[in-house]
Design a binder for this molecule. Sequence first.
Ligand code: OFO
Length: 171
Amino acid sequence: MMNKNVEAAINEQIRREEFSSRLYLSMAIWCEANGFPGAAAFLYRQTDEERMHQLKFVHYVNDRGGKAALMALDKPVADFTSLLDVFQQVMKHEEYITASINELYGVTLEQKDYTTGNFLQWYINEQIEEEKTMSTILDKIRLVGEDKAGMFHIDKDLSAMAAAAAPVPQL
Ligand code: OFO
């Protein structure tokens, strides 16, 4: 049987991952409507990634004899001032998710649930990768500033990144 405190903390994380998926969907919609099809493709893929993160937790809880639970979600922000604004918010959100995964890891240590702590290593590594990717994108956007041609190239880059990325695993 799963430790109840760990189960509750993972269910909270399930909510955060599900919200991440919605937030990136909202950003993808804005990008698509504002002339950034590459950024939109990149963020639509991130939406699927986050759903996969959510499902991975759902299956883990259920497989260990617990019960995954869904919660109400907030309405994500829908308006952005620029592509820079979008990716600044992505970065801020990923930092928040990293902190929440670390907090969850802390709960598993407190509860001496080392099996779940071990399972969380995958998420810890995933966050390192995601923060790195987002910070690279953000650096590029900052570099071109308001330059329209530069922006066009960044959007093309994001499109290529989305096309080259491995398919999101179906869990
Ligand atoms: Fe699941 O939050 Fe980053 O990815």
